[in-house]
Design a protein around this ligand. Structure first.
Ligand code: GRG
Length: 295
C-alpha cells in the first residue's frame, strides 16, 4: 500500500469512529429516526470532504480533535444533501453508496427528517466544540458552513440544477451551478480544516483558490464518470444525467474536452499550493486522487 493510501485508510477509519460517536445512538428515542441517520451517514462514501479537511488541518498545524469535528459537520451536511437529493421530489433514486437510498430503506417522511436532523446536528457540533482559541474565528466558521450549504451555496446550486433540466445552459451558467451545488461544500471542508489551525490571510486565500478549483474539478470528473462508469463501480445509478436530460460538462463539451478541463483545474489547484512546499503534500495527493478517481 502506498504511503498516501495508508494515510487515506487510517483517516477513513478514524473518521468512521468519530461519526459513530457523534451521531445519536440508534437505541435513543426517536429510535427509527436515529437508526435512519446512522444508516445514511455510516459505512459508505469516499469521505473526500473530511479527507480534504484533515489535509488542510495538517497544513495549518491544527489539533486533530478540532479538525475532526469540522470534518464531521461538513460530512453531515453532505449526507443530508444526498438523502434529500435521492428523494422522489428531486432525483428519485434507489441506490446510494451501494445500498438502497434512505427513503427506500425507511420511508419518505423519515428521509426528510433525516436530512433536517443531520443539518441541525452539523451546526450543533460547530457550536458546542471548541474549534479555535478565538471565538470570533469560530463564529466565522459557523457562518462559512451556513453560507456554503444555504441558498447562496449548495441548496441554491441544487435549485438551479432542478430548474435546468431539459434546458441548454452556457458554459458559464453550468459553472455557476456547479460551483454552488458541489464546489461550495468542498471548498468549505478545506477552509474549515484550515481555520482550526493558524494560517495567515494570504495563505488562507491561496488555499481557498485551491478549494475553488478542486470543487469544480470534482464535478467535471463526476460528469465524466456518470457517462463512462457503470452502476456497480459508482455505487449509485450511472447515466442519470443523460436519462434526466440534464446539462453537464460532458453534454456541453464532450468527454475529451471535459477531461481536459478537469486537468486544467487540477493544475491551477496545484499552482495555488506552491508556496506551502511539502506541508501541502496531502492536499496535492488528494487533488490527484479527485481528478484520477474511477468512482
Ligand atoms: C438536496 C439541498 C440539496 C442539495 C443536493 C450534492 C447535491 C446537492 C446533490 C447530489 C447529486 C450529485 C450526484 C451531485 C454530484 C456531485 C456529488 C456531490 C456527488 C456525490 O459526492 P461523493 O462522490 O459521494 O463525494 P460519496 O458517496 O463518496 O460521499
Amino acid at each position: 500500500m502506498s504511503d498516501f493510501s495508508s494515510w487515506v485508510s487510517t483517516r477513513q477509519s478514524l473518521f468512521e469512529a468519530v461519526l459513530k460517536r457523534l451521531l445519536p445512538q440508534a437505541e435513543v428515542t426517536p429510535q427509527r429516526l436515529h437508526a435512519a441517520m446512522r444508516y445514511s451517514v455510516l459505512d459508505g462514501g469516499k469521505r473526500v470532504r473530511p479527507l480534504l479537511a484533515y489535509a488542510a488541518g495538517e497544513l495549518s498545524d491544527a489539533p486533530v480533535e478540532r479538525v475532526e469535528i469540522a470534518a464531521a459537520a461538513v460530512e453531515l451536511i453532505h449526507a443530508y444533501s444526498l438523502v434529500h437529493d435521492d428523494m422522489p421530489c428531486m432525483d428519485d433514486d434507489v441506490l446510494r453508496r451501494g445500498k438502497p437510498t434512505c427513503h427506500v430503506e425507511y420511508d419518505e417522511a423519515t428521509a426528510l427528517l433525516v436530512g433536517d436532523a443531520l443539518q441541525s446536528l452539523a451546526f450543533q457540533l460547530l457550536s458546542e466544540h471548541r474549534l479555535s482559541d478565538d471565538p470570533a474565528r469560530q463564529l466565522q466558521m459557523v457562518k462559512l458552513l451556513a453560507v456554503a450549504s444555504g441558498s447562496r451555496g449548495m441548496a441554491g446550486g441544487q435549485a438551479i440544477d432542478l430548474a435546468s433540466v431539459g434546458k441548454q445552459l452556457t458554459l458559464p451558467e453550468l459553472e455557476q451551478m456547479h460551483i454552488h451545488k458541489t464546489g461550495a461544500l468542498i471548498r468549505a471542508a478545506i477552509m474549515l480544516g484550515a481555520h482550526c489551525g493558524g494560517l495567515d490571510q494570504a495563505q488562507l486565500d491561496k488555499l481557498d483558490h485551491y478549494g475553488k478549483c478542486m470543487g469544480l474539478a470534482f464535478q467535471v470528473v463526476d460528469d465524466v464518470l456518470d457517462s463512462e462508469a457503470d452502476t456497480a463501480t459508482l455505487g449509485k445509478t450511472a447515466g442519470k444525467d443523460a436519462d434526466n436530460n440534464k446539462p453537464t460538462y460532458v453534454t456541453l463539451l464532450g468527454v475529451p474536452a471535459a477531461k481536459k478541463m478537469a486537468e486544467e483545474l487540477h493544475h491551477e489547484a496545484l499552482d495555488a499550493l506552491t508556496e506551502f512546499g511539502t506541508a501541502a503534500r496531502r492536499l496535492r495527493e488528494l487533488a490527484d486522487f479527485i481528478v484520477m478517481r474511477k468512482y
